[in-house]
Design a protein around this ligand. Sequence first.
Ligand code: PAF
Length: 296
Amino acid sequence: MTKPLSKDDYAPNDVTVHRDPARLARVVAALRAAGRNIALVPTMGALHAGHRKLIREAHVMQNTVVVVSIFVNPTQFGAGEDFERYPRTLDADVDICREERVGLVFAPEPADMYLPGSTVTLDPGPLGGELEGASRPGHFAGVLTVVAKLFNIVRPNYAVFGEKDYQQLTLIHRMARDLDFPTAVVGVPTVREHDGLALSSRNRYLSAAERETATALSAALVAGAHVSGQGGDAVLRVAGETLASVPGVEVDYLELRAPDLGPAPENGDARLLVAARVGGTRLIDNIAVLLGTGDE
Ligand code: PAF
């Protein structure tokens, strides 16, 4: 029988922060047994308006307890990446969660998530080595492994992710399908600043001048999308020219793919994706495009 919850486990009108995975799993199991739906919003913290939108989406189903995980996952960072300096702002994050009526925050430490000697990870398949994966070897194995662990701890009815990390979202959809997770994966459109810059926790690294330069990414995507009626070559040419016209943008990739990130079709729905460095900061963005409808 499930042990009754105390007010330290879960408070109906406030957010409760848990560090211990086993305790969080017990609390969520009791809420589920009491008939609540469980929605999970996995994050690495440094919450911003984009995360607020994910949390609001998670509230859409009636009778739902929203769980936000805040965990800077070491296994998805490569050597020389920003694991150490990634912003950690737990108190401010919990305030945002309270404002957004989140029921539970799960904020473990690496030692709570990875037992000494844990060696088993998930293989994302070939797509895990492309686009982001080509520049960040092992990144998606780390992402999928931690997301699978979160799904197993929380067992959510649904889990909400941003389209800004489009390849991540695609791979998590596949993981849930291929490994039979009973969790619906929900994607939410990217939230942008007034000038088009996609919201990202990493935008905090940008100086004022770099922040200005960084708008080249969304500008390039929009410029490409504007000529989508002329076909994929035109999209890539115009987007590439836009990026090249802004000094200080070092492009890693600019690619047109199918919505499932297979090869781009001649006509129809596609996704334009970009990664670039601005100063020392690596940024990504993407946009949906409709190729070759002949209306341009
Ligand atoms: O998108 C992120 O913040 C992370 O990659 C995720 C999904 C929380 C896994 O650590």
